[in-house]
Design a protein around this ligand. Structure first.
Ligand code: CA
Ligand code: CA
Length: 208
Protein backbone atom coordinates (compact mmCIF):
# COMPACT_ATOMS: atom_id res chain seq x y z
CA UNK A 1 0.00 0.00 0.00
CA UNK A 2 2.69 2.61 0.82
CA UNK A 3 4.39 1.98 -2.53
CA UNK A 4 1.12 2.63 -4.38
CA UNK A 5 0.71 5.84 -2.44
CA UNK A 6 4.26 6.87 -3.41
CA UNK A 7 3.60 6.18 -7.08
CA UNK A 8 0.41 8.24 -7.02
CA UNK A 9 2.09 11.09 -5.19
CA UNK A 10 5.00 11.14 -7.64
CA UNK A 11 2.64 11.20 -10.58
CA UNK A 12 0.74 14.09 -9.04
CA UNK A 13 3.98 16.01 -8.44
CA UNK A 14 5.10 15.42 -12.02
CA UNK A 15 1.82 16.69 -13.44
CA UNK A 16 1.68 19.88 -11.38
CA UNK A 17 5.38 20.58 -11.98
CA UNK A 18 4.90 20.74 -15.76
CA UNK A 19 3.88 24.41 -16.00
CA UNK A 20 7.21 25.40 -14.45
CA UNK A 21 9.19 23.92 -17.32
CA UNK A 22 9.83 26.70 -19.82
CA UNK A 23 9.38 25.72 -23.45
CA UNK A 24 11.44 27.55 -26.04
CA UNK A 25 10.07 27.67 -29.57
CA UNK A 26 11.61 29.08 -32.74
CA UNK A 27 8.98 30.23 -35.23
CA UNK A 28 10.58 29.81 -38.66
CA UNK A 29 7.62 30.30 -41.08
CA UNK A 30 9.16 27.43 -43.05
CA UNK A 31 5.85 25.54 -43.11
CA UNK A 32 4.78 28.13 -45.68
CA UNK A 33 6.17 26.40 -48.73
CA UNK A 34 5.00 28.52 -51.63
CA UNK A 35 6.55 29.27 -54.97
CA UNK A 36 6.66 33.02 -54.68
CA UNK A 37 5.71 35.87 -52.42
CA UNK A 38 2.12 35.10 -51.34
CA UNK A 39 -0.24 37.60 -49.82
CA UNK A 40 -1.93 36.63 -46.57
CA UNK A 41 -4.97 38.58 -45.46
CA UNK A 42 -5.53 36.35 -42.45
CA UNK A 43 -3.26 36.06 -39.43
CA UNK A 44 -0.48 33.52 -39.62
CA UNK A 45 -0.64 31.04 -36.73
CA UNK A 46 2.24 29.05 -35.26
CA UNK A 47 1.23 27.06 -32.21
CA UNK A 48 -0.80 29.54 -30.16
CA UNK A 49 1.08 32.56 -31.54
CA UNK A 50 -0.75 34.78 -34.01
CA UNK A 51 0.99 37.11 -36.48
CA UNK A 52 -1.64 39.61 -37.60
CA UNK A 53 -1.32 42.35 -40.23
CA UNK A 54 -2.22 45.76 -38.81
CA UNK A 55 -2.98 48.90 -40.75
CA UNK A 56 -1.88 52.25 -39.37
CA UNK A 57 -3.40 55.56 -40.49
CA UNK A 58 -0.37 56.32 -42.68
CA UNK A 59 -0.48 52.87 -44.27
CA UNK A 60 -0.13 53.26 -48.03
CA UNK A 61 -1.49 49.96 -49.29
CA UNK A 62 -3.27 46.69 -48.57
CA UNK A 63 -3.27 45.35 -45.05
CA UNK A 64 -1.73 41.94 -45.58
CA UNK A 65 1.22 39.77 -44.74
CA UNK A 66 3.65 38.55 -47.37
CA UNK A 67 5.47 35.27 -47.25
CA UNK A 68 8.90 35.22 -48.77
CA UNK A 69 9.38 31.61 -49.78
CA UNK A 70 12.29 29.60 -51.11
CA UNK A 71 12.24 30.73 -54.75
CA UNK A 72 11.89 34.42 -54.09
CA UNK A 73 15.14 36.30 -54.78
CA UNK A 74 14.25 38.73 -52.00
CA UNK A 75 14.03 35.98 -49.39
CA UNK A 76 16.64 36.42 -46.68
CA UNK A 77 16.24 32.76 -45.66
CA UNK A 78 17.36 30.64 -48.65
CA UNK A 79 15.48 27.34 -48.68
CA UNK A 80 13.00 28.55 -46.09
CA UNK A 81 10.46 31.33 -45.70
CA UNK A 82 10.22 34.69 -43.98
CA UNK A 83 7.31 36.97 -43.14
CA UNK A 84 6.74 40.63 -44.03
CA UNK A 85 3.95 43.19 -44.24
CA UNK A 86 2.93 44.08 -47.76
CA UNK A 87 2.39 47.80 -47.36
CA UNK A 88 4.74 50.56 -46.41
CA UNK A 89 3.55 51.75 -43.02
CA UNK A 90 1.96 48.43 -42.13
CA UNK A 91 2.73 46.44 -39.00
CA UNK A 92 2.96 42.86 -37.83
CA UNK A 93 1.23 42.32 -34.49
CA UNK A 94 2.21 39.24 -32.46
CA UNK A 95 0.41 37.80 -29.47
CA UNK A 96 -0.83 34.50 -28.09
CA UNK A 97 -4.36 33.29 -28.76
CA UNK A 98 -5.06 33.11 -25.00
CA UNK A 99 -3.47 36.51 -24.35
CA UNK A 100 -0.85 34.86 -22.13
CA UNK A 101 2.58 36.32 -21.53
CA UNK A 102 5.83 35.03 -22.99
CA UNK A 103 9.50 35.85 -23.20
CA UNK A 104 10.63 37.28 -26.52
CA UNK A 105 14.22 36.09 -26.67
CA UNK A 106 15.25 37.17 -30.15
CA UNK A 107 14.18 37.55 -33.73
CA UNK A 108 15.91 37.70 -37.10
CA UNK A 109 15.32 40.57 -39.50
CA UNK A 110 16.45 41.92 -42.84
CA UNK A 111 15.33 44.61 -45.22
CA UNK A 112 12.34 43.87 -47.46
CA UNK A 113 14.34 43.05 -50.60
CA UNK A 114 17.25 41.55 -48.71
CA UNK A 115 19.49 43.93 -50.59
CA UNK A 116 21.38 45.25 -47.59
CA UNK A 117 19.38 48.42 -47.04
CA UNK A 118 19.49 50.10 -43.65
CA UNK A 119 15.90 50.32 -42.41
CA UNK A 120 14.51 51.78 -39.20
CA UNK A 121 11.81 49.56 -37.70
CA UNK A 122 9.45 50.89 -35.03
CA UNK A 123 9.40 48.10 -32.43
CA UNK A 124 6.73 48.25 -29.70
CA UNK A 125 5.86 45.79 -26.95
CA UNK A 126 3.53 45.53 -23.97
CA UNK A 127 4.15 43.95 -20.58
CA UNK A 128 2.81 44.36 -17.03
CA UNK A 129 4.51 47.77 -16.79
CA UNK A 130 2.83 49.18 -19.90
CA UNK A 131 3.79 49.98 -23.48
CA UNK A 132 7.37 50.37 -24.65
CA UNK A 133 9.01 51.48 -27.86
CA UNK A 134 12.43 51.08 -29.43
CA UNK A 135 13.99 51.18 -32.87
CA UNK A 136 15.47 48.20 -34.65
CA UNK A 137 17.89 49.11 -37.41
CA UNK A 138 18.63 46.56 -40.11
CA UNK A 139 22.23 46.17 -41.20
CA UNK A 140 23.71 47.02 -44.61
CA UNK A 141 24.33 43.42 -45.63
CA UNK A 142 22.05 40.94 -47.41
CA UNK A 143 20.93 38.14 -45.11
CA UNK A 144 19.29 37.96 -41.72
CA UNK A 145 20.71 39.46 -38.56
CA UNK A 146 19.67 38.31 -35.08
CA UNK A 147 18.28 40.93 -32.71
CA UNK A 148 18.74 39.74 -29.12
CA UNK A 149 15.85 41.03 -27.00
CA UNK A 150 15.37 38.94 -23.84
CA UNK A 151 12.08 40.65 -22.99
CA UNK A 152 10.13 38.85 -20.26
CA UNK A 153 6.42 39.00 -19.48
CA UNK A 154 5.50 40.26 -22.95
CA UNK A 155 1.82 40.05 -23.85
CA UNK A 156 2.15 41.43 -27.39
CA UNK A 157 4.64 43.10 -29.68
CA UNK A 158 4.48 44.95 -32.97
CA UNK A 159 6.98 45.62 -35.73
CA UNK A 160 5.88 48.72 -37.63
CA UNK A 161 7.21 49.79 -41.00
CA UNK A 162 8.15 53.42 -41.36
CA UNK A 163 7.09 55.08 -44.58
CA UNK A 164 9.14 53.65 -47.40
CA UNK A 165 11.06 51.35 -45.11
CA UNK A 166 10.09 47.69 -45.09
CA UNK A 167 11.50 44.55 -43.59
CA UNK A 168 11.09 40.77 -43.34
CA UNK A 169 11.36 38.70 -40.16
CA UNK A 170 12.30 35.10 -39.38
CA UNK A 171 13.24 32.80 -36.49
CA UNK A 172 11.22 34.43 -33.74
CA UNK A 173 12.40 32.77 -30.52
CA UNK A 174 9.81 32.74 -27.75
CA UNK A 175 9.64 31.06 -24.36
CA UNK A 176 6.41 30.16 -22.62
CA UNK A 177 5.47 28.56 -19.32
CA UNK A 178 8.52 29.78 -17.44
CA UNK A 179 6.65 31.65 -14.72
CA UNK A 180 4.08 29.56 -12.82
CA UNK A 181 0.96 31.31 -11.61
CA UNK A 182 0.53 31.56 -7.80
CA UNK A 183 -2.09 28.78 -7.89
CA UNK A 184 0.40 26.58 -9.75
CA UNK A 185 3.02 27.21 -7.07
CA UNK A 186 0.50 26.18 -4.40
CA UNK A 187 -0.27 22.97 -6.26
CA UNK A 188 3.43 22.23 -6.72
CA UNK A 189 4.18 22.73 -3.03
CA UNK A 190 1.23 20.52 -2.18
CA UNK A 191 2.48 17.91 -4.67
CA UNK A 192 6.02 17.88 -3.29
CA UNK A 193 4.65 17.74 0.26
CA UNK A 194 2.62 14.64 -0.54
CA UNK A 195 5.69 13.04 -2.11
CA UNK A 196 7.71 13.81 1.01
CA UNK A 197 5.12 12.21 3.27
CA UNK A 198 4.98 9.12 1.08
CA UNK A 199 8.78 8.81 1.07
CA UNK A 200 8.97 9.03 4.86
CA UNK A 201 6.29 6.37 5.20
CA UNK A 202 8.22 4.04 2.92
CA UNK A 203 11.57 4.69 4.61
CA UNK A 204 10.21 4.30 8.18
CA UNK A 205 9.71 0.50 8.12
CA UNK A 206 13.26 -0.07 6.83
CA UNK A 207 14.73 1.88 9.73
CA UNK A 208 12.51 0.23 12.36
CA1 CA B 1 12.50 30.82 -42.11
CA1 CA C 1 20.42 42.17 -43.70
Amino acid sequence: MPSIRLALASAAAAVVALPAAAATTTITFDDLTLDYAMVYYQPYASGDFLFTPVQYPFDSGMNALVVYSANDPGNADPGGATLAHLASGGAIDVRRVNGGSFTLKSLDISDYFDAGYVEFVDFRWTDAFGDHQANIITDFRPGLQTIELGLEGVTRFQLIQQLGLKFQIDNVVVETGGVPEPSTWAMMILGFGVTGVALRRRVAPAGA
